[in-house]
Design a protein around this ligand. Structure first.
Ligand code: SAH
Ligand code: SF4
Ligand code: F3S
Length: 469
């Protein structure tokens, strides 16, 4: 009998990738994927704990699925990912009808755990993520068997894929739950990464995005030799079929000159760097234990500007962190004004149990003040993004076409012209009038207009006169 699985994914790119792999694994075990939880006999939630809101959404989805579990007790409900790791037994307490809780280090065990539940062995939990050496090896082995499982049908597009190069995080920023949910930082074996990139290319993938919490800190040591991010990029650059290589998320202190020179000299590597600053204030950065001052961040930023003058740089900011004053916040505004980021993701601080900040610092910025600072910072960032985008008006950009845009009128499947969307090498979103067949192609688009998030253009057609025909 074939089982029908439905998966609901929230959180970061790591989770999107994990869901792709869990589905690839389950398909190998005879499962088929369905589009709604109602049709499924197994419903999986791939969860995130980075902010409280992300968790509440999952608990509320679990509340909703309860009725359908009552009507059909054989329907298996699984919670996987970061919240599974963080909450463990709490999930069974809050939602007693959940059958399975699996952390990010045990995802390879899901098919077996589901079989055990069906065989009457009761609910299952697999969540160990110890920081001791032997436990690290277990998690790394899990990824070795698991990461190469790829399923193009689960990707946003078949020609773009994520590729994990680093597991976990050791930075322990005081606000952040990720080192607890994803375990210790470990670089994956470079040869395995390269062979996975080859597999992706064979599946028709043209763009890969390398994933790690501090991706540019990537290191792998074996036989007295160290492979760092720069060497890894050089190796991946050789993979035929892969035309663009992006990587997220970067840690400011590890943005070396050597790495920036590689980004400049390897044409497939995108001139796009996501390097979150988190705050513009030294006092706040210290309380966050980010490990750099604004002077050091600016030194890094100037290094980027010097080596890669045309690169797009983006950031993350947390507003309303413990003790953040209006003056501290003003310094975040100043930093955006100085760096003129392509975009910034802005988050209101959310206390996470188990983090240093939750134990030692007071969450003393009122909710309304956080919301107000969020809006103000976003306004500044959006204005700057639009001004920066405006510089591209009149220029041609190379776009990897992803598919019809969200706004495209798709009511007529035979429509000849519809709005398509894609991204430039430096990760800017572009929309233009085109057709479905262009998806997956690399096209030159002439930019006519911009907003803060989008370039609006038209496809360059071959100029018949200028080539003398
Ligand atoms: N490893 C990445 C980011 C991981 S989490 C890095 O170091 O940049 C993604 C973003 O969520 C972070 O950059 C941060 O801006 C935000 N974030 C993390 N913990 C948070 C919290 N407790 N409250 C609000 N935002 C948070
Ligand atoms: Fe969290 Fe800091 Fe690690 Fe990023 S570097 S995942 S913010 S602890
Ligand atoms: Fe969330 Fe885990 Fe990613 S906490 S942001 S899903 S690493």
């Amino acid at each position: 009998m074939t089982h029908r699985v439905y998966i609901h994914t929230v959180g970061c790119q790591m989770n999107v990738l994990d869901s792709e792999m869990v589905i690839a694994d389950l398909k190998r075990h005879g499962y088929t994927v369905v589009d709604t939880p109602q049709e499924a006999d197994c419903v999986l939630y791939n969860t995130c704990s980075v902010r409280e809101h992300a968790e509440e959404k999952i608990y509320s989805a679990l509340g909703k699925i309860r009725e359908s579990k009552k009507a059909n007790p054989d329907k298996l409900i699984g919670v996987m990912g970061c919240m599974a790791q963080k909450d463990q037994e709490i999930i069974f307490k809050r939602a007693p009808y959940v059958d399975m809780v699996v952390g990010p280090g045990q995802l390879h065990a899901i098919p077996e755990l589901l079989t055990k539940i069906r065989d009457g062995e009761g609910r299952q939990m697999a969540v160990s993520l110890g920081r001791k050496d032997d436990k690290q090896a277990v998690v790394a082995r899990s990824h070795e068997t698991f990461d190469p499982l790829r399923d193009p049908s689960m990707r946003p597009t078949p020609f773009q894929a994520y590729l994990r190069i680093q597991i976990g995080c050791d930075k322990f920023c005081t606000y952040c739950v990720v080192p607890n949910t994803r375990g210790p930082e470990q670089g994956r074996v470079p040869q395995q990464i390269v062979s996975e990139a080859r597999l992706l290319a064979e599946q028709g993938c043209r763009e890969i995005t390398l994933l790690g919490q501090t991706v540019n800190s990537y290191k792998y040591n074996a036989d007295g030799e160290t492979t760092d991010m720069t060497s890894l990029l050089e190796m991946l650059h050789e993979v035929d079929g892969i035309e663009r290589i992006k990587f997220v998320t970067n840690y400011p202190k590890d943005m070396t000159e050597r790495l920036l020179i590689a980004v400049r000299d390897l044409p497939k590597v995108s001139p796009y760097l996501h390097v979150p600053a988190q705050s513009g204030s030294d006092v706040v950065l210290k309380r966050m234990k980010r490990g750099y001052t604004i002077a050091e961040y600016m030194e890094m930023f100037e290094r980027i500007e010097h080596i890669l003058p045309d690169a797009a740089v983006s950031s993350d900011f947390i507003v309303g962190f413990c003790g953040e004053t209006e003056e501290d916040f003003q310094q975040s505004i100043d930093l955006i004004e100085r760096c003129r980021f392509k975009n910034s993701f802005i988050f209101q601080y959310s206390v996470r149990p188990g983090t240093k900040a939750s134990e030692r610092l007071q969450d003393d910025v009122p909710r309304e003040v956080k919301a107000d600072r969020n809006h103000r910072l976003l306004d500044v960032q959006n204005r700057i993004a639009k001004e920066e985008n405006a510089k591209l008006v009149g220029q041609d950009v190379q776009v990897l076409v992803e598919g019809p845009s969200k706004k495209a009128d798709q009511s007529d499947p035979d429509a000849m012209v519809l709005q398509m969307t894609g991204r430039t090498h430096c990760d800017r979103i572009v929309v233009f009038d085109g057709n479905r067949r262009q998806a997956g192609q690399m096209l030159d688009v002439h930019v006519d207009d911009v907003s803060s998030h989008t370039l609006i253009g038209r496809v360059k057609t071959v100029d018949v006169v200028s080539i003398g025909l």
